[in-house]
Design a protein around this ligand. Structure first.
Ligand SMILES: [Zn+2]
Length: 132
């Protein structure tokens, strides 16, 4: 149990997560509608001339990347809600330590403590050596 968070704090976090999830789903939903409309438009245009194909493909790649970022956020939100449900919310998924409260307030979907998160980010940036 994440005992360092009071039930009032947990309730507040849950409300925040649910609100975030709703707005994300709205955004993803409207993007899907847009994309479907775009697709119809594309097909109609393609029948006219097939010269603009590259531009249309680039545009759909961009909006796909945008959408997958949103979907990832939805996933993070759902995972955080699940941790709330199981009583493991606020505990780092890597080391099991308590995540800093300020960090949770700033980013309620945080699943790692600061040191594990920076370790992970460091690993991802392995080939990027910053020299000061
Ligand atoms: Zn950790």
């Amino acid at each position: 149990m994440s005992s360092y968070l009071s039930s009032a704090q947990l309730k507040l976090i849950k409300a925040e997560l649910l609100e975030l999830l709703t707005s994300l789903r709205d955004e993803v939903g409207s993007e899907l509608d847009d994309r479907q409309g775009e697709r119809v438009h594309e097909v109609m245009k393609e029948a006219h001339d097939s010269g603009d194909e590259a531009t249309a493909e680039l545009e759909s790649t961009i909006s796909l990347a945008h959408m997958s970022r949103h979907l990832q956020e939805v996933g993070e939100c759902q995972a955080a809600l699940q941790r709330l449900e199981y009583g493991t919310y606020g505990l780092c998924v890597d080391c099991g330590e308590e995540i800093e409260l300020n960090r949770l307030k700033a980013t309620p979907v945080s699943s790692r403590c600061l040191s594990c998160q920076s370790k992970e980010e460091h690993e991802h940036r392995e080939n990027h050596h910053a020299s000061m």
